[in-house]
Ligand binder design. Sequence first.
Ligand code: ADP
Length: 691
Amino acid sequence: MAEFADQILVVTGAFTLAGLLALLAAVRRGAVPIRQQIERLQDRLFEIADSEERYRSLIEAQGDLIVRETSDRTMAYANETYRRMAGADAGMPAGQVPRLTVLERTEPVVRPDGSRLTDEKVATADGERWISWVETVVMDREGRSESLRVGRDVTERVRAAAALEEARQRAEAANDAKSQFLAMVSHEVRTPLNGILGMAGLLESTALTAEQKTYVSAVASSGQALLSLIDEILDFSRIEAGRLDLVAARFDLHQLVEGVVELLAPRAQGKGIEIAASVALGVPQFVVGDRDRLRQVLVNLAGNAVKFTHSGGVGIRLSRGTAGFVDIEVADTGPGIPHEKLDSIFERFERVDGSPSVAVEGTGLGLAISRRIVERMQGRIGVESRLGRGSTFTISLPLPDADHATLPPARPDLGHRRALIVSRSPFEAPFLMSRLEEAGGIAERVASVAAAERCLAARAYDLLIADCALGDAATKRLAAAARQHGVDRTLVLLSPFERRDFGPPQAAGFDGYLVKPIRPRSLFARLSDAAPAAAQPAAEPAPGAGLAPAAFHVLVAEDNDINALLVTRMIEKLGGSADRVANGHDAVSRLGARGRSRYDLALLDIRMPGLDGMAAARAVRAREHDRGLMPVRLVAVTANVSPADREAAMAAGFDDFLPKPLDPAALQALIRALPHRKRRRAAARRAAGAP
Ligand code: ADP
């Protein structure tokens, strides 16, 4: 048996053999007496036989498969393990040992030492097994090259890996199914919710008693809360499923922050707290990034801060970080977060109190979503907090400067003019100070009238800004003191609510006012005003206000009766008229019935029985193309509002996209932008003799 073992023994027993040869040489030289020499030789031979036996059994006892093949693929040696697996009879000569049948084989990998690694699935006497082979080339006794293959049974490892892969695929499929289910459910929930919210909106504009108004607004606000809940759950499941596609586009970062503050200001001021923003010098105005997702994160952080804070306020501060990063801080003077909860609040469904049914509404998903968005943007998010003092959330994001501007935007030069700010405001006042200082002014802040009077008596000031929150009488006293000490300009700081009650600032002794949250533009405009008391620019008129009725005709394709009624009423309220169809086929035939469409606009629901909105749009466009018709304005109406849905709608031939539930203001903006309305207005202006 085991010629291979013989060969190995030649090598492994080399030291023993060397000893024997040395002994023989000594015998030849006559250095050792003959008897003694024979005894020693016998001992040596015995040692060799013994070690040969030990090595032989070592090789045979190997769990690994060992085979040696000649260059013509004749098997020269197979160890016990191979023989057992191949089902060879005991004592069978190596040349007759059957080969294992290979069922599958991986691509061989050649290692730097020339050996080859392959995995094979083989049919054995014990069933299918995976063997991982290492193949090397060795020389036989005559110096011919032979292949030596050592294989290890890795079946268990391969099976475990396959089971793991299968489990992963199953989990992914389940996750996909979950996301699809959520998307479907959210669509199904949004549709009736659209009806509820829309009808509540219509009801609100009818004659109602005060009691009825309360009920209707409760319906509307509960519906709105439900809608944001659905949006958050859907958004989170999308992000979890890895479907968070970020865009990289140029946007105005300063305007974004200002917009977030203005969005949340009514809510904050409504509960008697302030919200303010400050952008440090050197933060680029135009950056490259995903504006909408950043807005979502900021609205969530600042929205939480407003939600949990009951006195003081919320401040958003932007500063320039290192290497193209922008640092954003959202600080509040709220209740703070216990130390042990600082990490877990970023987990989904985590709330500090742990109970979902507390006075403050929320899902516990906002921070989990924010963290995922920030991390996808390669940024960092963290929080520091002190109980009873407040919390500060910090985000650090790579937002490259879109214009590579090295110079900060021009700001007016206050040329060392000295300003005194009298305010207890935790954010607006310090932000105001740094703005004045960045513009070259010298600013001081005090928190009481008495302290302000001491300052005014001690040195000359060019500007006094008094916070109306100190109280009516106090602000008036300050205005009088400032005048008495010859202060050049006096401004009063007001919230929009205070603005209504305060009356003209001049009556209270001020030159003008600033409305919180203060826009940098308004501040500097107020400081450089020739006529002091100029007001801040008026806000956009409220949706629905002052729209001149003009005839326009809309086709509404919507299968849900309530939604159809709702849209029709909205259109009528905006001064138009509507025809309604309930499926895509009817929409296509109405839109192509004449040479020129009699509709100014067609609102097509994407999900309709029969021909859906997408197919209808494609059919309308194809027919317009074939017959050389003027294209009608097609607007997709759908609850699926992801960028991918929008893209798909545009690709199908839609001009625009309106999310459900339909927002009257969005519909109005769309109608205002209709080309024929522009023409009509221009004609009206011409008739009135305007340029
Ligand atoms: P929620 O929808 O409950 O606000 P979030 O994920 O946005 O969910 O926040 C998780 C929890 O973290 C909140 O329920 C609240 O307990 C805590 N939290 C978040 N922001 C603040 C904050 N500014 N001040 C105090 N607690 C906060």
